[in-house]
Design a protein around this ligand. Structure first.
Ligand code: AHR
Length: 549
């Protein structure tokens, strides 16, 4: 788009003296460097919350090759009658992705949904100004809902709050969710979709706090528009759930103030607020991998901070409603970023944001999954950004699909973070991460360090239906294995279902189409199941231990 890019804006903010120094204070607790053992007691009655079925959703934007050549490619040998790539659908089905956000992202803020419905031959080719890409509109609302249902996922729609009006938003809800007998529902029916789509969750705009966003506006103005849109949308379908647009990240100069102001206006009209954040092993970590694998603690912090803002506004309004959090963009993203990586040069389906993920990225993504699980009480929706080709776990070429390294921790989260999250308080050795540098979000405001960071990041889940308990453990020690001693208070695991790890000697190892299995899960020797258990976690690893109970 013309004007300020996200990167450019943040660089400017930093140069303008908005940056603050990171904390250098170490935590108050002694670091038990000598001890290699972490101990955790697990009591199945001590539960954080049920894990939301939408905790590990994903995201597909009209960006680069995510849609075109990613999920929709009529010319591909894998295409079905709809032009959908069946090999990609199979991957998404196998993952069991529960909910997928669409169509953006920055793209949505200039998108007219009417361009993407009706007979394909009549749809206009439009220049998408967010990514300077030719949007052919051969894939739109109806194709996405059809595709998502085939893939086994709920659609989560983003709304255009940039060039779009509140009335446009309500019209899209009517087009999607009203059975028949109204202008927009009859239009859908005339397009061949007799049944309503039943889209439950809607994001009320995208990153409207960012000067890079088409139609960027001040918080108060956004909040007032959100109220108007919410009321119009709910008049059409009272059952929908709405997510207000929160800060684009803690690096924003308006972080917290934006969220507070927006919620002061629209708290009563929405069900949740969005959080976004991307990480990288760059200036923020001083390219230090020990610091990098601790960065999921920044996600914990962001969740706590935004939850606190929601609760402060709730108290001020004397409201009985508590908002949930929708972490609807999170991932590693720092190499394929800005400049040529973000410029489609007016062409269709350009190669944009095609980040290649390595082992250390997979470890951090595992840590980020742990952070989401331990905030199951507040985070009810989260979307790994994104799903295919664009900062994605799944890549495509003409010959097939590739699972990037981050596919595996994401797949484990989807498989094992089911049922309930348990309260665990592991005790064990830690290492200092006293300060952080400038964030990967292109030179925004830095956050303080974390003090003492535990080597082992442990979460536990319990699935009473399947009678399983699972631990997901990040070993941040890059040199040595670490032991975890588990004491089960009220359960005695009967057997080990799975004990696997993602690890390797080279933190920078990647999977490629030519060498797709450099970083894949490896089986570990099963420990003896029982009320007291001890496991060794390899250095540089993210592991799952799943038990029958
Ligand atoms: O996911 C890529 C981009 O990151 C999205 O379009 C935008 O919302 C965020 O800045």
């Amino acid at each position: 788009m013309n004007g300020l890019s996200r990167r450019g804006f943040l660089k400017h903010a930093s140069q303008a003296g908005l940056a603050v120094a990171g904390s250098s204070a170490l935590g108050p607790f002694a670091v038990a460097q000598g001890d290699r053992v972490t101990r955790v007691a697990i009591d199945s009655d001590r539960q954080i919350a049920p894990i939301s079925p939408y905790l590990f959703g994903s995201f597909l934007e009209h960006l680069g090759r995510a849609v075109y050549e990613g999920i929709y490619d009529p010319g591909s040998k894998f295409a079905d009658n709809n032009g959908f790539r069946t090999d990609v659908i199979q991957e998404v089905q196998e993952l069991r992705v529960p909910i997928i956000r669409y169509p953006g992202g920055n793209f949505v803020s200039g998108y007219h949904w009417l361009d993407g419905v009706g007979p394909k031959k009549n749809r206009p080719a439009v220049l998408d100004r967010a990514w300077n890409t030719l949007e052919t509109n051969q894939f739109g609302t109806n194709e996405f809902v059809t595709w998502a249902r085939l893939a086994g996922a709920e659609p989560l729609f983003g709304l255009n709050f940039g060039t779009g009006s509140a009335e446009d938003a309500a019209a899209l809800v009517e087009y999607c969710n009203v059975a028949k007998g109204t202008k927009w529902s009859e239009l859908r029916r005339s397009h061949g979709y007799d049944q309503p789509h039943g889209v439950k969750v809607w994001c009320v705009g995208n990153e409207m706090d960012g000067p890079w966003q088409i139609g960027h506006m001040p918080a108060r103005e956004y909040g007032i528009k959100a109220v108007d849109a919410a009321r119009q949308m709910r008049a059409v379908d009272p059952s929908i759930k709405l997510v207000a647009c929160g800060s684009s990240g803690p690096f924003m100069p308006t972080y917290i103030d934006w969220d507070r102001t927006v919620l002061e206006e629209c708290y009563d009209e929405v069900d949740g607020i969005s959080l976004h954040r991307y990480w990288g092993n760059d200036e923020e970590t001083n390219k230090d991998s020990s610091t990098y694998v601790a960065m999921n603690l920044a996600m914990d912090r962001q969740i706590r901070e935004i939850a606190a803002v929601c609760d402060a506004v709730q108290a001020r309004k004397r409201s009985s409603k508590q908002l949930h959090l929708s972490f609807d963009e999170w991932n590693v993203w720092y190499r394929a970023r800005g400049g040529e990586f973000s410029n489609g040069h007016g062409k269709p389906a350009p190669h944009l944001l095609e980040e290649q993920y390595n082992l250390e990225d997979a470890l951090l993504v595992g840590g980020l999954a742990n952070s989401l699980i331990r905030h199951s009480d507040r985070v009810k929706i989260a979307c790994l950004a994104q799903l295919v080709n664009v900062i994605a776990p799944i890549m495509t070429n003409e010959a097939g699909v590739l699972r990037q390294t981050i596919y595996y921790p994401y797949a484990w989260a989807l498989k094992y973070a089911r049922g309930r999250a348990l309260i665990v308080s592991p005790e064990g050795p830690a290492y200092p991460v006293a300060s952080l540098g400038r964030p990967v979000e292109a030179i925004g405001l830095p956050s303080p360090g974390f003090g003492d960071v535990p080597y082992l990041d442990v979460v536990a889940t319990l699935d009473p239906e399947k009678k399983t308990a699972t631990l997901l453990v990040l070993n941040r020690d890059l040199e040595k294995s670490r032991s975890l001693e588990i004491a089960w208070h009220d359960l005695t695991p009967a057997s080990v279902i799975a004990f696997e790890t993602i690890t390797g000697s080279d933190l920078k190892a990647i999977n490629t189409f030519a060498d797709p299995k450099r970083v894949v899960p490896q089986k570990l020797d099963n420990p003896r199941a029982g009320s007291k258990m001890s496991v060794d976690l390899p250095p540089r690893s993210y592991s799952v231990l799943s038990l029958a109970i």
